[in-house]
Design a protein around this ligand. Structure first.
Ligand code: SAM
Ligand code: SF4
Length: 332
């Protein structure tokens, strides 16, 4: 089924919105230095969308042509009852949802991968920013590298593919590890995506443009471009000759992909964030849901809010105009 039964969402710049990144918690069991500010204040639990609210929202969104929902956070697997939450979101499949995914730091994957898949999750992306134990501890402020690697192995062993590994490349931190990533995972059919660091308020790192990462890889490997499926998103993929892995890039800063943006975000407390650019007022879907609104009213409010989606973000590679807030609270 293509398109929503309530009619697709088209923003003022002609972009069809088909992808929602839904934050299910602002909590996390890691403390990544580039993501989690030191002074973060977690929201009270009653402020978070409930499972029922999430389920209803996902159904209405699917009816409006949303084909892909990614559960994120914070760390989605630390939300108590996450398996049940996935079951609620999975109700949207009967209304046109085609892809229910999750981005996770992988700590809980070894034991949770099976139940999450059984609950309806199509796939996971695992974030892993270094393969060096000391650096991992420094970066995440947790000593869990082995557990994350075991989680990745568990997902592959289950044949739960495709599996993408996300690496945020930060200057002077992990930028020289990119070749090692390909060598380390060369026996696994995974896609390693090198993501440009995006400067937020407490910006601490320099970003490494994708071209630089690509040159580093090409000095060691032969890369062959792979055509992605239509609507596959901002990554550009390459097969690494002689290896099971593919590498990809998300050049969010050096190659802004705002022109083809198809996504909006929903924060843990149910605010609709239409762009990473500054938005003075975000629609509270939670307040609407709790006011006893009908599905039609919900739909109208969402459409009106998306009419205010900015054309592009104005953040720059040099970090001089950082994004507001932090990924952990926006829902990365
Ligand atoms: N906890 C989960 C995880 O780490 O995968 C999901 C939430 S995390 C905010 C989602 C993604 O945002 C991760 O891949 C993380 O590396 C990325 N991220 C966080 N801060 C970022 C930044 N400043 N620039 C680019 N990516 C960032
Ligand atoms: Fe947590 Fe993910 Fe942010 Fe790391 S990147 S602090 S794992 S939310």
């Amino acid at each position: 089924m293509q398109g929503g039964s309530r009619g697709d969402i088209i923003d003022p710049f002609g972009r069809r919105i088909s992808y929602v990144r839904l934050s299910v918690t602002d909590r996390c069991n890691f403390r990544c230095v580039y993501c989690m500010p030191d002074d973060i204040e977690f929201m009270p639990r009653q402020s978070m969308l409930s499972f029922e609210e999430i389920g209803r929202l996902c159904v209405v969104l699917a009816q409006m042509g949303i084909e892909k929902i990614r559960l994120t956070g914070g760390e989605p697997t630390v939300r108590q009852g996450i398996v049940e939450l996935v079951e609620q979101a999975d109700r949207a499949r009967a209304h046109g949802l085609r892809d229910l995914a999750m981005t996770t730091n992988g700590w809980n994957l070894r034991k949770m991968a099976g139940p999450l898949r059984d609950a309806g999750l199509d796939r996971v992306n695992v974030s892993l920013d270094t393969l060096d134990r000391c650096r991992f501890k420094e970066l995440t402020r947790r000593d869990q590298l082995d557990e994350v690697l075991a989680g990745i192995e568990a997902v592959v062993a289950m044949g739960w593919l495709p599996l993408k590994l996300n690496v945020v490349v930060c200057q002077g931190l992990n930028d020289l590890e990119v070749v090692h990533y390909v060598e380390h995972f060369s026996h696994l059919p995974v896609t390693i995506r090198f993501i440009e660091y995006m400067p937020f308020g407490q910006s601490r790192f320099g970003l490494v443009p994708w071209d630089v990462t690509r040159r580093r890889l090409e000095e060691r490997f032969e890369l062959v471009p792979v055509a992605g499926p239509p609507g596959a998103g901002p990554a550009t993929n390459f097969k690494v000759v002689g290896s099971a892995v593919e590498v990809g890039t998300i050049g969010a800063m050096s190659r802004q992909f705002c022109d083809s943006c198809n996504r909006v975000r929903i924060t843990t407390d149910g605010r609709l964030k239409t762009c990473l650019a500054y938005e003075p007022e975000m629609l509270s879907l939670r307040d609407l849901l709790r006011s006893g609104c009908s599905d039609d009213e919900l739909e109208i409010a969402i459409r009106l809010a998306i009419r205010r989606k900015p054309e592009r973000h104005l953040s720059t590679e040099d970090g001089s105009n950082p994004f507001e807030g932090s990924m952990v609270s926006i829902g990365g």
